[in-house]
Design a protein around this ligand. Structure first.
Ligand code: ADP
Ligand code: MG
Length: 249
């Protein structure tokens, strides 16, 4: 996928979802989702379990295609260009749209290998820059101080909270334009949650963040905009969206 020109960027929202519908073989999962997510925003998605929040997130980087049987209709534009257009490059899309899951998935290798995984895979930066890239990403994820003297140790020695920050650093290291976060702190203790929230706050304006959370207080602490999904007749749909967080308690 070609990078958009500057004028395309300034005209369009970072992400524009229009008439998005998702079906499983037996029923509709999401109904007519329309959302515009501005550049640099922290956008929170709330709603009950089963409303389709993860499904919606997985449509934005086309991970949904790894679930056999699910069918997607409608369109999603990233910086003004359809990600579902024929011929779009899914690997390039996933490099531009990173994702962080509820459970941190670290590999059995070293901390250094983990943080540089995407950078090596994509071959985007020369090897001499890797130490600098790793440090910056780990600093952005509030983990640098804890791991700087043990970069060659196994990532499996880290606590769950540290692992989630490592996953955040790994996602940030490839400098995605958009970061999707699916309940990123719900498996974490309060201190690790605070560390992740602080990192996300510092990313505001530099990246577009789309975060699923079940916690309205977390949305209030972090988000500029909120959309709430509800289930009606068995399918998830947008109940409301806007910037007034006081309305969604
Ligand atoms: N691969 C799939 N095949 C069939 N149904 C699915 C699949 N993935 C999700 N669903 C269904 O879609 C609905 C929404 O799921 P999900 O997006 O995980 O909700 P949430 O993240 O809001 O809890 C659920 O009823 C779930 O069972
Ligand atoms: Mg979910």
């Amino acid at each position: 996928m070609k990078r958009p020109t500057m004028s395309e960027i300034t005209r369009a929202p970072a992400i524009e979802i229009s008439g998005l519908r998702v079906y499983s073989p037996s029923r509709q999962i999401l109904r007519d989702v329309c959302l515009a997510i501005p550049h640099g925003a922290v956008f929170a998605l709330l709603g009950p379990s089963g409303a389709g929040k993860s499904t919606l997130l997985r449509c934005i980087n086309r991970l949904i295609e790894l679930s056999p049987g699910l069918r997607v209709q409608g369109d999603i534009r990233l910086m003004g260009r359809s990600i579902y257009a024929p011929g779009s490059d899914v690997d390039a899309l996933r490099a531009r749209v990173g994702i962080l899951f509820q459970q941190p998935a670290v590999f059995p290798g070293s901390i250094k290998k983990n943080v540089l995984f995407g950078v090596r895979h994509l071959g985007k930066a020369p090897k001499r820059l890797w130490p600098e890239i790793a440090e910056r990403a780990l600093r952005d994820a509030a983990l640098w101080v804890e791991v700087k003297d043990r970069m060659d140790d196994s990532a499996l020695e880290l606590s769950v909270g540290q692992r989630q920050r490592l996953c955040l650093a790994r996602a940030l290291a490839v400098e995605p334009e958009v970061l999707l976060l699916d309940e990123p702190t719900s498996a974490l203790d309060p201190l690790s949650t605070e560390a992740i929230e602080e990192s996300l706050r510092r990313l505001r304006g530099r990246r577009t963040l789309v975060m699923v959370t079940h916690d309205p207080r977390q949305a209030r602490r972090l988000a500029d905009r909120v959309a709430c999904l509800q289930v009606r007749d068995g399918a998830g749909e947008i109940a409301e969206s806007g910037s007034a967080l006081s309305r969604i308690d």
